[in-house]
Design a protein around this ligand. Structure first.
Ligand SMILES: CC(C)(COP(=O)(O)OP(=O)(O)OC[C@H]1O[C@@H](n2cnc3c(N)ncnc32)[C@H](O)[C@@H]1O)[C@@H](O)C(=O)NCCC(=O)NCCS
Ligand SMILES: Nc1ncnc2c1ncn2[C@@H]1O[C@H](COP(=O)(O)OP(=O)(O)OP(=O)(O)O)[C@@H](O)[C@H]1O
Length: 230
């Protein structure tokens, strides 16, 4: 199984690329959706948020007031770190569960669409890492127009993530989404070919799958060796 990392900056176009993968029959795990599910009313994530931020963070129907929480955490790095620490274990186990379900269905390629791929160090799980890049001016304009937010709010959200240019420098594949959608689609066709190719032997060895197999084989080997010694 190949687990492909898809990341970028806020509003750089990850969902746009995810949708192209989906329309080509490749399953996508959306970390933003997982992150929403783990804070639904009554969940452990929901309780942790109330403990940390108080009852004022709830809407009348008892759900988390995401707009309010967003305003708090995107303008205050300490609060953001508290939220990230609370939710990280729930989000990563939610993602792992989604991977297991798709793996059990026999999916050969899975896309992991996760804005904080590098920040959470989950890039170690994925190969290749695709970064959807956009120039800074276009990014802020698209973010403000999509979310109807001010320039300051948009900049706060952009600043809450690692620099997009740094992510670009760490990428295996870069999609430049600064231009027209047709231009992005043309780059996507090449990327689709690359991720659909079978894993090479070397790639298997350096992937987590390979490492896991090595660990399992070593453990089985030690057990068998012990049995022979008895
Ligand atoms: C702060 C919250 C309540 C704001 O909710 P809202 O509905 O307004 O935004 P949404 O969840 O759709 O996120 C939109 C985008 O914001 C960015 N973003 C979200 N959380 C974070 C974060 N902790 N740090 C940096 N950027 C973030 C991502 O690019 C994401 O795609 C929400 O984003 C949240 O709970 N974040 C913490 C969980 C998390 O880390 N999610 C990212 C997936 S790994
Ligand atoms: N090439 C493009 N040309 C014009 N608009 C675009 C292009 N690509 C994306 N957009 C628009 O820019 C906005 C951001 O794109 P998208 O939602 O795909 O970003 P994202 O990286 O998934 O965002 P987030 O980090 O918030 O999940 C959307 O309104 C989308 O329709």
């Amino acid at each position: 199984m190949r687990l492909v990392g898809l990341t970028g900056g806020i509003a750089s176009g990850k969902s746009t690329i995810s949708n192209l993968f989906k329309s080509n029959g490749i399953p996508v795990i959306d970390a933003d959706i997982v992150a929403r599910n783990v804070v639904q009313k009554g969940t452990r994530g929901w309780k942790k948020i109330i403990n940390a931020f108080g009852n004022d963070i709830l809407l009348e129907n008892g759900e988390i007031d995401r707009a309010r929480l967003g305003q708090m955490v995107f303008s205050d790095p300490v609060k953001r770190q508290i939220l990230n620490r609370l939710l990280a274990p729930h989000i990563s186990s939610g993602i792992l569960w989604e991977i297991i379900k798709l793996w059990m269905k026999g999916c050969k390629v899975i896309i992991l669409d996760i804005p904080l791929l590098f920040e959470t160090k989950m890039d170690r799980w994925t190969n290749p890492v695709i970064v959807v890049w956009v120039d800074p001016q276009t990014q802020i304009e698209r973010l403000m127009s999509r979310d109807g937010c001010s320039q300051e709010q948009a900049q706060n959200r952009i600043n809450a993530q690692l620099a997009l240019d740094w992510k670009k420098s760490e990428a295996d594949i870069v999609i430049n989404n600064s231009g027209l959608l047709d231009d992005t689609k043309e780059q996507f066709r090449e990327v689709l070919k690359q991720v659909s190719e079978p894993l090479t032997w070397k790639e298997r060895m350096i992937s987590r799958d390979g490492l896991l197999s090595i660990v399992l084989c070593t453990a089985v080997g030690i057990l068998l060796a012990q049995k022979n010694l008895l």
